[in-house]
Write a protein that binds this ligand. Structure first.
Ligand SMILES: [Zn+2]
Length: 177
């Protein structure tokens, strides 16, 4: 049994962020604890969403709260998405890539079908910021991050910051081992 109560935010280049996540096989107390912990991380870091890999867990689950409050927080397990509408470019950041920002193109409408913590399947249509959040979090489950979606100029701008994050990660890793 995994203790998910100690999960904390992972940052680039932690390998789990670059991997495709595994489906949640059974919704049990472990998964409920993980969801609770992910919501805590989201509220503490003032994010609008957190995906499993961002909590260091290679599972297909994300939480979203469009206004950043605990009351609005929702859990999406094994989500699938369907996108529609025009692509809209807007400024985006990521908790796991602090200091990296850029215009990212996302579809205007995103429909998510997922399972909730009671094991019930539901479908939700997101528009605007919510559609953007769904696509951003879903990307995390596929091991994709905003750095992969930046345009050529944005990638160039992010390069130095990514190098810094890589160096910081190396330093922390060395201190632990
Ligand atoms: Zn992110």
């Amino acid at each position: 049994m995994s203790d998910y109560s100690k999960c904390c935010l992972t940052k680039y280049p932690t390998p789990v962020l670059m991997e495709s996540a595994r489906p949640v096989e059974k919704i049990n107390d472990e998964i409920r604890q993980l969801a609770e912990q992910m919501i805590d991380i989201m509220i503490e870091t003032k994010g609008v969403g957190v995906a499993g890999p961002q909590a260091g867990v290679n599972l297909r689950i994300f939480v979203v709260s469009i206004d950043g409050t605990r009351e609005s927080a929702k859990v999406y397990i094994n989500p699938t998405i369907k996108v529609e509408g025009p692509l809209v470019a807007n400024e985006e950041g990521c908790l796991s890539l602090p200091g990296v920002y850029g215009k990212i193109k996302r579809y205007a409408i995103c429909t998510v079908t997922a399972t909730d913590l009671d094991g019930n399947e539901f479908t939700e249509v997101g528009e605007g910021l919510l559609a953007r959040a769904f696509q951003h979090e879903y990307d995390h489950l596929e091991g994709r991050m905003i750095k992969d979606r930046l345009g050529a100029a944005g990638k160039l701008r992010a390069k130095r910051r990514l190098k810094q994050l890589e160096a910081e990660h190396k330093k922390t890793h060395k201190e632990i081992t």
